[in-house]
Design a protein around this ligand. Structure first.
Ligand code: TXA
Ligand code: MG
Length: 311
C-alpha cells in the first residue's frame, strides 16, 4: 500500500469517506483516523498499529451534537465536563449507544469520546461527515507520534494517508475520565489536570486512589512504550549513572551527556519527551536519564509517562 502524505484536509477527508485510514494532527499527539461506523476501516486501524483487539478506541467528534449518536445518555456529570473542557485534551468515557460497533469499544458497554481543540482535526472530522476513531498513530509499543514524520516512520505502507501539519503543541495524550460510574474517575492523567477537574467536580477520583475500576481501564493493562534503551529517573541532585548517553530534563546540569535536551519547563518537557525517545532509538543510544518533575499540574501526566518508560 502506498501512503499518501497530503496538506489537503479535503483530500484526507475523501480518503476516509471512501473507507480509508488517515493519520491527522491533534493538539495532543497524531491520531490514526477512520469512520467510526465503518467496521472494515476500524479493523484496519487495529491491524496497521498491531493493536490488541481488547484495547478500545477513542471516538473523535467535531461538534457536540455528534455525541448524541454515540452514547446512550449524556449524564449531568458529563455535560458539566463537556461545558468546561470541550474542545480540548479531555476524553470522557460514557455509556455506549447501540450504533457504535463492538470492535470500536472492544465490546465494553462504554465508549470514549473526545472533541479535539486542534482546528485542523475538527475540520477533517467535519469534512469526513462522521465521527472518527483515532488511537495514537504509532505502532503499538512505540511512543505516540508528535510529528507527521514520526507517523511515517512507524506506519509508512500500512495506512492510506497522513494529513501533514505542525508538531503537536501538548505532546502527551489526553486526560481520560470515566463518567459512566459514580464517582467519576481519572483513568489516564493528561493535560487537563487533576486540579482543574477537581475545581469543577470535587469528588473526582484518581485511578491510583485504589478503586478496582482500574481493571476497566484497558489501556493501563497493556505494556507501555519504553525505549530500547534503559531509562532511569533522576533528580537534579543525583549524579547521572555511569554510561548515561542521553538526558532530558529542565535543569542545565554540569555533567550533561553529548545528547541532552534541556527544556524550559514541565510543559515544554512534556511536548518534547516522545520525540526525544524516538531520537534516542534512531541513534542507538542505550542509557537514558530523565529528570523527575513535581507530580502536579502537567507534571502528573509527565511523571506517569516517565514511570512507565522506566518500568
Ligand atoms: O490524546 C489522545 O487521546 C490521542 C489523540 C489521537 O486523540 N489518542 C489516544 O488514543 O491516545 P489511544 O488509543 O492511544 O489511547 C486511548 C486510551 C487507551 O488507554 C484506552 O484503553 C482508553 O483510552 N479507552 C478507550 N475507550 C475506553 C473505554 N470505553 N473505557 C475505558 N478506557 C477506554
Ligand atoms: Mg496510544
Amino acid at each position: 500500500m502506498k501512503t499518501l502524505v497530503t496538506d489537503s484536509i479535503d483530500e484526507a477527508a475523501a480518503i476516509i469517506r471512501r473507507g480509508g485510514i488517515v493519520a491527522f494532527p491533534t493538539e495532543t499527539v497524531y491520531g490514526l483516523g477512520a469512520n467510526v461506523f465503518d467496521e472494515g476501516a476500524v479493523a484496519r486501524v487495529f491491524e496497521a498499529k498491531g493493536r490488541p483487539a481488547d484495547n478500545p478506541l477513542i471516538v473523535h467528534v467535531s461538534d457536540i451534537e455528534q455525541i448524541d449518536t454515540l452514547v446512550n445518555h449524556i449524564t449531568k456529570r458529563a455535560s458539566t465536563l463537556i461545558d468546561a473542557f470541550f474542545p480540548g485534551p479531555l476524553t470522557l468515557v460514557l455509556g455506549r449507544s447501540t450504533l457504535v460497533p463492538d470492535i470500536v469499544a472492544a465490546s465494553l458497554d462504554t465508549v470514549a469520546i473526545r472533541m479535539p481543540a486542534n482546528p485542523t482535526a475538527r475540520s477533517l472530522i467535519a469534512a469526513a461527515e462522521k465521527p472518527l476513531v483515532a488511537p495514537s498513530a504509532n505502532l503499538s509499543g512505540r511512543p505516540s507520534p508528535t510529528t507527521w514524520q514520526a507517523v511515517l516512520e512507524d506506519l509508512d505502507g500500512r495506512i492510506d494517508g497522513i494529513l501533514r501539519a505542525e508538531r503537536c503543541s501538548i505532546g502527551i495524550e489526553s486526560t481520560v475520565v470515566d463518567v459512566s460510574n459514580e464517582p467519576p474517575m481519572i483513568l489516564r492523567p493528561g493535560a487537563i489536570t487533576h486540579d482543574q477537574l477537581q475545581r469543577i467536580m470535587p469528588d473526582i477520583l484518581n485511578v491510583s486512589d485504589g478503586d478496582d475500576r482500574s481493571r476497566h481501564s484497558p489501556g493501563t493493562r497493556h505494556r507501555h512504550y519504553s525505549p530500547l534503551a534503559r531509562v532511569v529517573l533522576v533528580t537534579p541532585d543525583d549524579a547521572l549513572p555511569d554510561g548515561t548517553d542521553a538526558f532530558i530534563g529542565i535543569t542545565k546540569r554540569p555533567d550533561l551527556p553529548k545528547f541532552a535536551v534541556v527544556c524550559k519547563d514541565a510543559s515544554d518537557y512534556a511536548a518534547r519527551l516522545f520525540e526525544f525517545f524516538r531520537e534516542c532509538d534512531r541513534s542507538g543510544l542505550s542509557h537514558i536519564a530523565c529528570e523527575r518533575v513535581d507530580d502536579d499540574g502537567i507534571g502528573a501526566a509527565l511523571m506517569d509517562r516517565l514511570r512507565r518508560a522506566a518500568e
